[in-house]
Design a protein around this ligand. Structure first.
Ligand SMILES: Cc1ncc(COP(=O)(O)O)c(C=O)c1O
Ligand SMILES: Nc1c(O)cccc1C(=O)C[C@H](N)C(=O)O
Length: 393
């Protein structure tokens, strides 16, 4: 690795994934380095949306059957599942990540009703923490918040009482990737049920959900999956739990026979019981189309390139005295975004945005830079760091 633009250009011209950048709509001259918050639109999305509106106008309500709308939550779920190492029939798409978290967490608690301690990652995204507190109040559980580093300690301290355990796979602030397989095993050994928030992992890290023994998981559709603002989220539930899953949000789309319009809820078989009410079809079809470039490029190839882009950024910022790299350097211990600590991160992010470099900050001093190898190039990294260098000067 060399810190010259010529080297970055050479690397970019040899990059087999470079072709995928044209599959995204990013304004000329803009570096979209915040795909950990909102991924850019895939070029396939406006086409899929206009197709969906055409289906709607031509087929009206028949679209539910004739155009495959009814099965979209499971169909798109299977496609997202393939990106996260989940076999078919274990993922549904719909609702926000917050609603899916509520449903996953309450279902996890109901799998082990005698276990009265709910353990939650204290560094998790606020919505996860708020929901853990709310579910604990709702179900009369004792909430224990712990740092991820001390999760094994917390499991040991509450041995015999641990029920649901809610963790984020990638720390939304620091980009640290936790040991999903190892910690899931530890949760099981403590008699608990794991609920992983994969929002910063799905489409970024090839999480092996099935192989890791994950029980339940949820994630956003608008970050690395690029489904668009407010894209539907996903819920994964391991097949071995399906027969016992008792979701709190029991909508008619999760009923065994929805059009029987019966008086009481009988859950559908399989993951379909995780469905709630009528899914957001336009958004679901946009999300489905957005998956195409990632599927074509391959999760493993995108991950490998993204890690190398981050290594390149680490090398380029090494001489910036005021910048501390917060994200672990070990590729097994980081997700996709890279976090730098520097004075006045908010002002730096604003100055970068004026130069067309879109990153984000988490106050007071963290700057997050998302290097998604699917559409970010070697020269983008070089240019972004050049701008950062000038802004800091
Ligand atoms: C880890 C994590 N979970 C959940 C969310 C958001 O959930 P929702 O889509 O319901 O706003 C985010 C980001 O907004 C997040 O980073
Ligand atoms: N979900 C967001 C939103 O509705 C508006 C602005 C940003 C977001 C985000 O996704 C924030 C993101 N989850 C984070 O890690 O900070």
């Amino acid at each position: 690795m060399e810190s010259t633009r010529g080297w970055a250009e050479k690397e970019a011209s040899a990059d087999p994934l470079a072709v995928f950048a044209k599959d995204f709509l990013i304004p000329e001259g803009t570096l979209a380095l915040n795909g950990n918050s909102l991924g850019p639109p895939a070029a396939a999305v406006p086409i899929a949306l206009s197709n969906a509106v055409r289906q709607w106008s031509e087929h009206l309500i028949r679209g539910w059957w004739d155009d495959g709308w009814w099965d979209a939550p499971e169909r798109v779920g299977d496609r997202i599942g393939r990106l996260m190492g989940a076999g078919p029939g274990q993922v549904v798409v719909g609702e926000s990540a917050s609603v899916q978290l509520f449903n996953a967490l309450t279902a996890a608690v109901r799998l082990v009703p005698e276990r009265r301690v709910l353990i939650a990652d204290a560094g998790n995204f606020p919505t996860d923490r708020y929901l853990a507190a709310s579910v604990a109040r709702l179900l009369g559980l004792r909430l224990v918040e712990t740092s991820m580093n001390d999760l094994p300690g917390a499991l040991a301290r509450h041995a015999g009482q641990v029920g649901a355990v809610l963790c984020g796979a990638v720390d939304f602030r620091t980009g640290e990737l936790w040991d999903v397989p190892g910690l899931t095993t530890a949760i099981h050994q403590a008699g608990g049920v794991s609920v992983w928030d994969l929002s910063h992992a799905a489409g970024a890290v090839p999480v092996q959900a099935d192989a890791a023994g994950v029980d339940l998981a949820v994630g956003c559709g608008y970050k690395y999956l690029s489904g668009g603002p407010g894209a539907p989220a996903f819920l994964y539930a391991a097949r071995r739990h399906h027969h016992a899953l008792d979701f709190a949000v029991t909508g008619w789309h999760g009923h065994a026979d929805p059009f029987a319009m019966s008086a009481s809820f009988v859950p559908a078989d399989g993951i379909t019981r995780a469905r709630t009410g009528t899914p957001q079809i336009l958004s679901l079809l946009a999300l489905e189309a957005a998956l195409e470039p990632l599927e074509a490029a391959g999760m493993a190839a995108v991950r490998a390139k993204s890690l190398r882009l981050a290594d390149y950024l680490f090398a380029l910022v090494a001489d910036l005295d005021s910048v501390e790299i917060v994200t672990p350097r070990d590729p097994h211990r980081r997700g996709n975004h890279v976090t730098l600590r520097l004075p006045d991160a908010v002002a730096v992010a604003e100055s970068l945005a004026r130069r067309g470099v879109i990153v984000d900050e988490r106050p007071p001093d963290l700057l997050r830079i998302c290097l998604n190898g699917l559409y970010i190039s070697w020269t983008d990294v070089y240019d972004a760091v050049t701008h950062l260098r000038e802004v800091l000067r």
